[in-house]
Design a protein around this ligand. Structure first.
Ligand SMILES: [Zn+2]
Length: 1121
């Protein structure tokens, strides 16, 4: 500052001013205190300061004395502020010092000529006091101080000594948005451009604040200051070689950043070649870590200004068409069908001058998460009437009679050894007839249960082996005529080329049928049989009428024995990827832009120069692949059928790769704001070469993985009505190991519907005389596939009345899974459960003797088959249809609910219901349950309701699991009922059917951050283990509810006293669990906000509360009076 040292002043003071007035005496005392700089005298100095202020305010004479020429009064006050940091500034502010100083400023300005020294001192003090005073901006405006500072600046452009404090004060003024606009009108923007000039050391950070006002940004664009700013930035970049003025360079970038918040600014930036300038300056900064703030801000500006691209697809609707029997009256599907056929749903027709919307979106990348957070809290159900049980059944009793046939165990007398099966069609009333036995060509699990299935040996003729180019691997494909004469609808057109190709080969390659080497995995995969798999595929009906089978599903998957760690994040990966994306615009000639795979097109040229892609097999999902650079591909995922979004699940084949080269893959139409791919999750890869050499397995693969918002615009149709949204990119890099390999990539371990059918058949082989196993067909899906239903329990030990009675009175456990096709982990957990239930172990036998298990292992077969992520063929999330499922559109939900309603109608409400899911944004395995009390505790509404009685046993099963299963985390469990979940299986089964222990069990897609598997990604072994442990937990639950029965069981060795202790107490209430519990990602923060900047030397002047910002002066005056 002015170099004032308290000690130096002491002498000057005494020389010049005789101490004969009150104020001068006080000033003398203050100065003395300053000189001593004793902190403990704070009280004294506060007292003196307040007296001085009082005198200045009340006596004209004092004001004159203190501001008189030659008086060092102001200097003393200044010096006083210097001492003990900001504490005395606080005193000054609290004693009304700001207003007094501003009055002094006015008085001084009226003198002619105004005292330069006094002005300097006043501004110096104001620059210190201002940031501490939350109302400084308003006070300055009301007092008319703004113009004084501005005109002082105008007259002293060359006076550097005065310029600095004036700019500092201006900066504090303009933190108030009303002031910023007013200053802009008074020509401050122009003034500042005169001052900043090229490479000098003046304070430019004020520009940043002035430009926060949209009006001022517009003014700057009008005056074409953007090129000037860019030139100034470049100048600083070149000259500040030792990086001593990073803050100034950053301030200039801050100006550009604010200006580019408006559309005109972005346009001006592009026209001024801003992309290239910031790109080249940033790449030159990359090696210096301290320059990261510059790179990050540059990157933010470039991403904001990057012209939005159109996603290269004709429509965002699914490539595949499925005509629904009828269209729902409302909802997303109705909207989709109402959309005129010629409307462009990929980009919005115009986003003209919609600055405000685009601006808020651009400026606050992370706000979406916050919004989610808010809606999450709003989402808690507070209406107690919606939490209480809903007693009346929605379907009449006589309707439910049709489900009786699925419960023969309740009427079985076991006098006859052979179980008679449910004669479904005969029992059903003709008018309803929703339960259909599958058509003849699909082997029915029902008939398997009856043991009627004669050996259907794998017909090798049905496998076509085609040479896939020289030295390539053969492709497994079903011969066309084995597809039971499925007629070729227009949809198949895109497959025509492929089919012809296969026909060619089958005519001359039948002699090579035996060549296909199948890894011998029978010992490792007892439930897998490639031949049986092919057989199952033949009965599976897909909308695209797939004719091929993917190798991984054919060979099977043997979980690797090595550990797969959650990846450590490498610093700067995301930045590097984004810069590569920006290079597409800087060097457009380097971009190939070659479409190499496209489901929308019939034929593609294959010149052998690019990778070959394929996704036309069960559960496959890849719509399009575009080669961007030699080793880089943009990939586009297909929407769920009858929908225009839900892009997350992928499963595709790649061949024609070069060994040793790194390929970068970008999935460019992701929709979620964040992903576990940012937190260490890898994609899955399956190498056919490895499989043949004895390791058929999915392996976690990929480096340089990250997930970020990209430059492809998302239409308001795709974004649920929101404008100005973008898609997200998930990028990963892979180096292939083998020549002539065929590799598959998937979002998670695939588990097809045909795999399920194969596993169910194989389960039959595990049947022993002690096991009661029935497989029924619950109903047929929209796509014509059968929905299997399993019943597993123990056979009665004898046909004595006691035993039959025990058998018939076993409580039910009802399990479902895979309502969401993309959550394949749910199927692996279910596989673990089923295998445990069929195992010969004493625990399994004991469990079977304890319960009857009713299991629907795949609630959404059509979604699984057709590669959907979330929906069924109806284009709807089936787990939002439980309140009012339609028998036509949601048959599997309608009839699963029917089974539960039937059980309820005969007073056999299940003890436990659990729906297996996968969670894409959290780690570990955990449960969601339902509790009125815990829901109401969250909201603090209706405190009286806390008196209501609630059975706390809903916590027992998760508690047992947390002690038993290493992947399970009690901390992630929640028992809150959300409004948005009111039509999910969990909530409806709880409320309508009355199952107290009704759960969703969520398994991570990524990995664990606690327990034995901490730091590891999850694999199928852990998922299957989870399914088995769920069973063991049910057994413990049984023992807790009837301990006497189990007192003498010798095969339970584990101790569980603490469990019994805790079963009746809620130790902690649920902490409301957000959808995502990861910390916001550091690098993402870098790009969207300045929170990672070096701390500003001055306190942030932006403390002015927002509610005062918008007030006019008169309004403020009113408020003050
Ligand atoms: Zn789910």
């Amino acid at each position: 500052l002015s170099g004032t040292k308290p000690g130096a002043n002491l002498t000057s003071w005494k020389k010049i001013v005789p101490s004969n007035s009150r104020v001068l005496m006080l000033l003398g005392q203050l100065e003395k205190l300053n000189g001593e700089a004793v902190l403990s005298d704070a009280e004294v100095s506060r007292h003196i300061t307040s007296k001085i202020l009082h005198l200045i305010q009340t006596q004209e004479k004092t004001r004159k004395e203190i501001t008189a020429k030659g008086s060092s009064g102001m200097e003393v006050i200044l010096a006083s502020l210097e001492v003990s940091g900001g504490r005395r500034v606080g005193v000054l502010v609290s004693k009304g010092g700001t207003a007094i100083l501003l009055q002094l400023l006015i008085t001084t300005s009226k003198e002619w000529p105004p005292s330069e020294e006094l002005m300097l001192q006043l501004h110096t003090i104001l620059a210190k006091v201002g940031p501490k005073d939350r109302k400084f901006g308003i006070k300055a405006r009301i007092n008319g101080a703004l113009n004084i500072t501005v005109s002082l600046l105008k007259q002293n452009l060359q006076n550097h000594k005065l310029l600095l404090p004036c700019l500092q004060v201006l900066r504090v003024y303009s933190a108030n948005s009303v002031n910023a606009v007013s200053l802009g009108k008074n020509g401050v923007v122009e003034l500042l451009f005169k001052i900043i000039g090229p490479y000098s050391k003046k304070n430019t950070s004020i520009l940043k604040y002035v430009f926060q006002s949209t009006a001022n940004a517009r003014r700057a664009v009008d005056r074409t200051y953007v090129p000037t700013l860019l030139a100034v930035y470049q100048d600083w970049h070149r000259n500040d070689t030792r990086h001593r003025h990073v803050h100034i360079r950053k301030a200039i970038l801050g100006c550009i950043r604010n200006i580019t918040n408006i559309k005109l600014g972005r346009k001006a930036f592009l026209e001024a070649d801003g992309m290239r300038i910031l790109y080249s300056t940033s790449t030159e900064c990359l090696s210096v870590r301290t320059l990261d703030p510059l790179i990050n801000t540059s990157s933010l500006i470039m991403r904001k200004c990057f012209p939005k691209n159109r996603l290269p697809v004709p429509t965002i609707r699914s490539v595949f068409h499925y005509q629904l029997p009828h269209i729902p009256a409302e909802g997303p599907v109705a909207q989709l069908y109402r959309q005129p056929p010629d409307v462009d749903d990929v980009v919005d027709e115009s986003d003209d001058n919609d600055d405000t919307e685009a601006d808020t979106e651009n400026d606050t990348e992370n706000e979406e998460d916050e919004k989610n957070h808010k809606t999450q809290n709003d989402d808690i159900e507070t209406d107690i009437s919606k939490l209480r049980p809903k007693e009346n059944l929605t379907r009449p009793l006589e309707d439910l009679k049709m489900y009786e046939c699925f419960f023969p165990e309740l009427s079985e007398n076991f006098q006859v050894k052979v179980l008679t099966s449910c004669q479904t069609p005969a029992v059903l009333p003709k008018s309803l007839a929703p339960i259909v036995v599958p058509t003849a060509h699909a082997p029915s699990p029902l008939s398997l249960a009856q043991g009627e299935l004669t050996d259907l040996p794998l017909d090798l003729d049905s496998i076509c082996i085609s040479k896939d180019g020289p030295g390539g691997l053969e492709r497994v494909a079903l011969e066309e005529d084995t597809l039971n004469g499925q007629s070729q609808s227009p949809v198949v057109g895109s497959l025509q080329g492929e089919l012809e190709h296969d026909d060619d080969c089958s005519s001359h390659s039948s002699g090579e049928l035996g060549v296909l080497e199948v890894p011998d995995t029978a010992a490792l995969l007892p439930l897998h049989d490639p031949e049986l798999y092919i057989d199952m595929v033949k009965g599976t009906k897909s909308v695209p009428q797939y004719t091929e089978v993917a190798y991984p599903d054919y060979f099977g998957h043997v979980a690797p024995t090595f550990r797969e760690h959650i990846l450590e994040r490498v610093y700067g990966v995301q930045r590097a990827k984004i810069f590569q994306d920006i290079e597409r615009m800087i060097h457009p000639n380097d971009i190939l832009d070659k479409v190499v795979y496209d489901l929308d097109l019939k034929r593609l040229i294959d010149d052998g120069e690019s990778l070959k892609f394929n996704s036309q097999f069960e559960s496959g999902n890849l719509r399009k692949a575009v080669q961007v650079r030699k080793f880089e591909y943009d990939l586009i995922l297909n929407s769920d059928i009858n929908s225009n979004h839900y892009h997350q699940w992928f499963y595709f084949e790649v061949s024609g790769m070069r060994v040793g080269s790194s390929y970068r893959f970008n999935i460019i139409n992701c929709e979620k704001v964040n992903s576990q791919f940012n937190y260490g999750m890898q994609v899955l890869m399956y190498s056919v070469q490895e499989a043949i050499s004895g390791h058929p397995r999915w392996v976690r693969t990929g480096t340089e993985i990250c997930y970020y918002k990209n430059h492809f615009s998302r239409s308001s149709i795709a974004a649920g009505g929101q404008k100005g949204k973008s898609y997200y990119t998930m990028t990963f890099t892979v180096t292939f190991q083998y020549r002539d390999d065929v590799c598959y990539f998937a979002y998670h371990y695939p588990y097809t519907y045909s795999t399920l059918k194969m596993h169910l058949q194989k389960l039959e082989a595990l049947r022993t005389p002690q096991i009661y196993l029935r497989q029924d067909v619950l109903c047929e899906t929209l796509g014509g596939n059968s929905c299997p239903l399993l019943t597993i329990t123990a056979m009665p030990q004898s046909s004595s009345n006691d035993q039959i009675c025990q058998f018939k009175n076993r409580p039910y456990v009802f399990l479902t899974a895979r309502v969401h096709p993309g959550e394949t982990n749910a199927s692996w957990v279910m596989k673990g459960t089923l295998e445990f239930l069929m195992s010969p172990s004493p625990m399994a036998q004991s469990l079977r003797e304890s319960y009857v298990f009713k299991i629907v292992p795949m609630l959404n077969p059509d979604g699984v088959i057709n590669g959907n992520h979330r929906c069924s063929l109806s284009g709807e999330d089936l787990n939002r249809q439980w309140q009012r499922p339609s028998p036509d559109l949601h048959p599997t939900i309608f009839h699963t609910k029917g089974l539960l309603q039937y059980l309820s109608s005969i007073q056999r409400v299940p003890l436990v219901y659990c729906d297996y899911h996968g969670h894409s944004r959290k780690k570990n395995v955990f449960m969601y349950g339902c509790s009125i009390k815990e829901t109401l505790w969250q909201t603090n509404v209706n405190a009286a309701a806390c008196d209501l009685q609630e059975d706390l046993s809903y916590r027992t099963l998760p508690k047992i699991l947390s002690q038993l299963a290493p992947a399970f985390s009690m901390a992630s469990c929640s028992f809150v009922v959300e409004k948005s979940k009111e039509s999910t299986a969990r909530v409806v089964v709880w409320r309508e059917i009355g199952v107290q222990k009704s759960y969703t069990m969520e398994s991570t897609l990524c990995g664990c951050d606690q327990g034995k598997y901490k730091g590891l990604q999850i694999g199928t072994r852990e998922l299957e283990e989870m399914g088995a442990q769920f069973c063991i937990a049910l057994l413990r639950l049984k023992r807790l509810s009837s301990p006497l029965e189990f007192r003498n069981s010798s095969h339970f060795l584990d101790v569980e006293n603490d469990l019994i202790e805790s079963r009746c107490k809620v130790t902690s209430s649920t902490t409301y669990v957000l959808d995502e519990d990861e910390p916001s990602f550091m690098e993402e923060v870098d790009y969207s906000a300045e929170s990672n900047d070096e701390p500003e030397p001055d306190p942030d002047p932006q403390e002015t509360p927002a509610d005062e910002d918008g007030l006019s002066d008169s309004e403020l005056a009113l408020r003050r009076s």
